[in-house]
Design a protein around this ligand. Sequence first.
Ligand SMILES: C[S@@+](CC[C@H](N)C(=O)[O-])C[C@H]1O[C@@H](n2cnc3c(N)ncnc32)[C@H](O)[C@@H]1O
Length: 198
Amino acid sequence: MGLRSKFRQYQLHRRLPMEKYIPTNKRKPEKMLDVVTAWAGLELIVEDILERFNIGRDSCIEFGVEFGYSSVVFSNYFKKVTGVDIFIGDEHTDFKGDHYDKTKASLAEYKNIELIKSDYRDWIKEDQKQYDFAHVDIVHNYKETYECGLWASQHSSCTIFHDTESFPEVRRAVIDIAKATGKRVYNYPYHNGLGIIV
Ligand SMILES: C[S@@+](CC[C@H](N)C(=O)[O-])C[C@H]1O[C@@H](n2cnc3c(N)ncnc32)[C@H](O)[C@@H]1O
């Protein structure tokens, strides 16, 4: 990290402090997808998080699948992974054109992943279920992260959020969701940052 980025991170941590998550046992999941993604590296701490907070292994819901890197990571640990995405991209990850068919084909062998082409707004209006685990990695604005993440935190035992270091608005939303739900919040400050609400 260059000096300028280090200073920016220092300022962000002062303005929006979060307790640091320190993994004790990093492990690489068995099944992984070979795609380029800003999520890479975080697969090493997922099992550590599940063990630390004693999270069940039945169900996981993910908002923001894109090409499926994080979905495949989660498929190692849960009986069922539900992946919700509009599959066209957004202003931050880029508008990539419709990649639902491409993602579906490359995830076909992972039988415990179900992909749903939907906006999170439509999904959360209908779904009343409780999940063991949730992941929020959609467009990185405050409003969307807060709205989707609040629902996810209220419908799961543990919710993780990507990009708490690279997008201050995501970090702010995560802190506000923890306040609103009364849950604990941690941050793992590597690989663009992972917020953890439990
Ligand atoms: C950063 S990518 C997800 C990366 C993925 N988690 C990985 O492991 O590589 C963000 C995704 O969020 C999706 N997205 C953006 N806004 C959304 C919304 N309102 N509802 C559902 N998905 C959305 C985009 O289509 C994009 O695929």
